[in-house]
Design a protein around this ligand. Sequence first.
Ligand code: RB5
Length: 146
Amino acid sequence: MIAVGCDHGGFDLMQEVKVFLDSKGIEYKDFGCYNKNAVDYPDIAKDVCAHVVNGEFEKALLFCGTGIGISIAANKVKGIRAAACIDYFSAKHTRLHNNANVLCLGGRVIGAGLACELVDVFLNTDFEGERHQTRIDKITLIEDNN
Ligand code: RB5
């Protein structure tokens, strides 16, 4: 089970990705928004990410116009490693090297076909650990002001 959430700028793309998730039998909880009325992406990021760091969901997908604003907001939540991706290599390597737990996509930037490929590789690539864990531990120290 994963979590998904969007603002109005990412609404259409998230609906298309939800169809993809359904087709793959991947269960998700939709934290909204639920229509194209304007909402503030930090509110969505804060809500979804709280449910990731409490262990309810291992991963989340977030959508806004660019994928950037909602990733900036998500990365303010301790324990979240959110990556805004527009290419396959980055979506794969943010799992391999960064153990990213949130993928952020821009509804005004990429189309549904690419988005679904990025989601697929993000959800199906394992973290490599080892030297990359050492680096993530250093990110955690930054979060703790150490
Ligand atoms: C909303 O208009 C837009 O600013 C938002 O979706 C996102 O692109 C911000 O980074």
